[in-house]
Write a protein that binds this ligand. Structure first.
Ligand code: S3P
Length: 184
C-alpha cells in the first residue's frame, strides 16, 4: 500500500489518452503528489526492446510493437502501486485494456484537438503522426478511440494551462472515486 497525504493506493493508476494529452507530464506530478513512483510504459518498452518505438515500427511494424506493449504493461501492473503513463494505443488493445481494468485504476486525460496538435508538434518522434496531416490523423484517432477511452474508471479534462491544474483535477477525481468505491 502506498499512502500520500489523503490517498491510499492499493493498485497502480494508469493514465490513458491520446498522444499529447499530457500523460507523462501529469503522471510525473501525480506520482510526486501521491508519494509513489512514476513509470512511462513507452520508455519501458524501448528499454525491453533495446531500440526506440520509431525503430520498432519501422523494422517490425505496429503489431509487433503492440505485442511488446501488452507484455510490458502486464508486467508493470504486477508491481507495487505507482503511476503509469501508457502509450496512446495501449488502452485500445482489448487484452491490455482488460489487464488495466483488472489490475489498475484507469484515468483518461481527455484533451481537445487544438491542445493535442500544439503539444504533439513540439517533438517529432511519433510514428503514427508521420504518415500524413497531423490534424487529420489526430481527428481520426479521436473518432476511433474516444469511445474506448471513455471506458476508463475516471475521466479528467486536460487543462490548457499549468499542469498543476490538471494534476489537481485528477487528484480530486481520484479521491471521489476511491470514496465511492469504498462505500459500495
Ligand atoms: C501511440 C502513442 C505513443 C506510442 C506509440 C503509439 C499510439 O505514445 O506508444 O507511438 O498508438 O497512440 P504517447 O501517447 O505517449 O505519445
Amino acid at each position: 500500500m502506498a499512502t500520500a497525504t489523503h490517498v491510499t493506493l492499493s493498485k497502480p493508476i494508469v493514465l490513458v489518452g491520446l498522444m499529447g494529452a499530457g500523460k507523462s507530464c501529469i503522471g510525473r506530478q501525480l506520482a510526486t503528489a501521491l508519494g509513489v513512483d512514476f513509470v512511462d510504459a513507452d520508455a519501458e518498452i524501448e528499454a525491453a526492446a533495446g531500440c526506440t518505438i520509431e525503430q520498432m515500427f519501422e523494422s517490425h511494424g505496429e503489431a509487433a510493437f503492440r505485442d511488446g506493449e501488452r507484455r510490458v504493461i502486464a508486467r508493470l501492473l504486477g508491481q507495487p502501486p505507482h503511476v503509469l503513463a501508457s502509450g496512446g494505443g495501449a488502452f485500445v488493445d482489448p487484452a491490455t485494456r482488460q489487464a488495466i481494468r483488472e489490475g489498475a485504476i484507469s484515468v483518461w486525460l481527455r484533451a481537445d484537438l487544438e491542445i493535442l496538435l500544439r503539444r504533439t508538434a513540439r517533438r517529432d518522434h511519433r510514428p503514427l503522426l508521420k504518415g500524413g496531416d497531423p490534424r487529420q490523423i489526430l481527428q481520426n484517432l479521436m473518432d476511433q478511440r474516444y469511445p474506448i477511452y471513455a471506458e476508463a474508471d475516471i475521466t479528467v479534462d486536460s487543462a490548457d494551462g499549468p499542469p498543476e491544474v490538471t494534476r489537481d483535477r485528477v487528484l480530486a477525481a481520484l479521491k471521489a472515486y476511491l470514496q465511492e468505491s469504498a462505500v459500495q
